[in-house]
Design a protein around this ligand. Structure first.
Ligand SMILES: N[C@@H](CCC(=O)N[C@@H](CS)C(=O)NCC(=O)O)C(=O)O
Length: 301
């Protein structure tokens, strides 16, 4: 009961500034650029609340869905590394994104949800009206295609994303070489790209879907590997790709479409801020749960 009351108190922290007062934000700062504008435009009290961190790719997934479907909501920037009891009462895992969801009966009945994939599917299902919220993000009329989308969403979460962290957290003292982590990452990426509709630009062809949403935040963060790791991501230049020519040019078509997508642009801060924040990943000194799990060879939280 106490935890529930604490959770309600956090829900009641309406404007961003009041929420910020309760958490330590010293090392994380704020969104900048387009993401700051998007956050400010959604700072007023609203029963649907996204608790996020501007730097977090898992948050960006949920943020993209909110932007894509133009769902009215409140964005509240918090520092997830500061495990305030009010935050843990909402999400015992202590991670962002966390969503406060209104249920029938008014603001007092808000309930929390967490895990980016769960939040994204919830938002798509809770706002199904295509006239108001645009096309559904999982194909509503084809049960096999929906299942196939979930299969490749799982591939992103269980293969590509963990390999991204092994790559960016690679340091010369590791037992495996940077070439090993690079080829592991590129192998998982290629397997994904080969499943894409061949014309594109999206995974499903002309239809933008949750599969695209799930990978987009890491596609945007690949420049950090080019910035920090010798040899960079390692995708060969056009004309030097041998049998992979087709797969990498399909990747670039998808990536360019993602970079041009309004919902992705709206949820992106200035690049130098990401360079700053990811330095501790690149040096493998981060104390984040994702960083620790990667260092210890465990599965991601
Ligand atoms: N599986 C979670 C992962 C979320 C996650 O790891 N978020 C990070 C920020 S990018 C976090 O809240 N970290 C807090 C910590 O490591 O203590 C999801 O998909 O939502």
């Amino acid at each position: 009961m106490k935890a529930y009351r604490q959770a309600l108190n956090l829900f009641r922290l309406a404007p961003i500034k009041r929420a910020m007062a309760s958490v330590d934000t010293s090392n994380k700062g704020q969104a900048s650029g387009a993401a700051a504008e998007f956050a400010a435009a959604h700072s007023a009290d609203h029963p649907l609340k996204l608790y996020g961190g501007w730097f977090c790719p898992f948050v960006q997934r949920a943020w993209i869905v909110l932007a894509e479907k133009k769902i009215p909501h409140q964005y509240i920037e918090i520092n997830p590394y500061h495990k305030a009891p009010e935050f843990l009462a909402l999400n015992p895992r202590g991670l962002v994104p966390t969503l406060a969801v209104p249920v029938e009966g008014g603001a007092k009945n808000l309930k929390p949800l967490y895990e980016s994939t769960v939040i994204c599917e919830y938002l798509d299902e809770a706002f199904p009206d295509e006239a108001n919220f645009g096309p559904r993000l999982l194909p509503p009329d084809d049960v096999y295609e929906r299942a196939r989308c979930r299969l490749w969403i799982d591939h992103v979460g269980s293969r590509i994303v963990p390999a991204f962290y092994r790559f960016i957290q690679h340091t010369p003292d590791k037992p495996h070489s940077i070439e090993d982590v690079s080829s592991e990452f590129l192998g998982h990426l290629k397997a994904f790209v080969k499943e894409m509709d061949s014309n594109g630009p999206w995974f499903l062809g002309e239809r933008f879907s949750l599969v695209d949403v799930m990978l987009a935040p890491w596609a945007k963060r690949l420049f950090l590997i080019d910035h920090y790791k010798p040899g960079g991501v390692g995708i060969p230049a056009a004309g030097e790709r041998g049998e992979d020519e087709e797969v990498w040019s399909r990747w670039e078509k998808w990536r360019d479409a993602v970079f041009a997508r309004e919902s992705v642009k709206k949820t992106w801060s200035n690049e130098d801020q990401y360079i700053d924040v990811y330095k501790r990943y690149a040096e493998d000194t981060t104390g984040s749960e994702v960083g620790k799990a990667t260092r210890q060879g465990k599965s991601l939280p």
